[in-house]
Design a protein around this ligand. Structure first.
Ligand code: ADE
Length: 305
């Protein structure tokens, strides 16, 4: 699993990315910028999400950088095979260990920002020691898999403390177990359902981590006030309104127009409590609620203590 803050890697001077160290973020100390190395058989899947909106702007501002590494480029056989049938029989294909391990070890041995020149794919790969591991350093090497630990805002905040993260997208029916035992340092699932591969899960992580970097959202307190975030004490965010004042006969609550900041803040907090009670009562158990919050929730039917 990922290391303590004290053990966090300091990135090298040669990095293109301005990962100059740690800074205060909405969740405590975080990296001032994050570099993602993503290992995938389908790099083109990422082009849409990375080239729009907040992720696009964050890259332009050098708050995050994403290097996509095509695992297939690290095969050396004539047909560029990345999968094979499982030992012991059974259906489906398993991702072979060599291309993945070679890709990750080759990339992570080099400064953030390096990727294999397209002309060198398959035929002119940097030398690699096939027999002994080299990549176990300070950079988390995360396998996206439904078997991983569940992603939560707490895990996202933990990941945001690293200046560099490696994400491996599994495909087919799984990856050879030696990828786990010899390379991977963490495994993450984005939910109890099965996707066709880890690519969408990797995009979720890139998005959720990037929006925690100060400046990425373009407005103060952005991520702080999100559902599940510390600014809301881990509660879901309550209802929000904008113009028009009345839509199809449904008006905006008067308190939001009152101009009384204290009343607005109290109302928002109560709405966050109610929304969490109605939609995710399981979350309430783990939150540090005040006596007043507890009394309010009990008044509204909260049965648990
Ligand atoms: N790959 C396939 N399903 C996944 C999931 N739920 N989370 C992360 N990676 C996956």
């Amino acid at each position: 699993m990922v290391a303590d803050m004290d053990e966090l890697p300091k990135t090298g001077e040669s990095e293109k990315l301005l990962a100059t160290g740690m800074m205060d973020g909405p969740h405590g100390l975080i990296a001032s910028a994050v570099h993602f190395d993503i290992f995938t058989l389908f790099p083109q899947m990422f082009s849409g999400p990375l080239s729009e909106s907040i992720l696009k702007r964050a890259q332009e501002r050098e708050l995050c950088a994403v290097a996509l590494h095509d695992i297939r480029a690290y095969t050396t056989d004539r047909h560029h095979v990345c999968d094979d049938t499982p030992y012991g029989g059974g259906g489906g294909m398993i991702m072979k260990p060599e291309p993945i391990v070679r890709a990750v070890e080759t990339v992570l041995a080099r400064p953030a920002g390096w990727s294999l020149p397209a002309a060198d794919a398959y035929t002119n790969l940097p030398p690699w020691d096939a027999d002994s591991a080299t990549a176990k350093g300070d950079i988390p090497i995360i396998l996206l898999t439904p078997q991983g630990r569940p992603l939560s805002q707490t895990v996202v905040a933990e990941l945001s403390r690293y200046p560099r993260l490696a994400l491996i997208c599994g495909r087919y029916e799984g990856v050879d177990e030696r990828v786990r035992t010899q390379l991977v340092t963490d495994e993450i699932s984005i939910g109890d359902y099965v996707l066709s591969g880890g690519e969408l899960a990797a995009m979720v992580i890139v998005d959720a981590v990037t929006r925690l970097i100060p400046g990425a959202l373009g407005f103060e307190l952005g991520a702080e006030q999100d559902s599940h975030s510390p600014g809301l004490g881990g509660l879901l965010e309550g209802p929000q309104y904008t113009r028009p004042h009345t839509f199809r006969g449904e008006p905006t609550p008067d308190v939001l127009l009152s101009g009384h900041h204290g009343n607005v803040a109290r109302w928002r907090h109560e709405q966050a409590l109610l929304r969490t009670l109605h939609r995710r009562p399981d979350l309430l158990m783990h939150l540090p609620l005040s006596a007043k919050d507890r009394a309010f929730l009990h008044q509204h039917g909260w049965l648990a203590e």
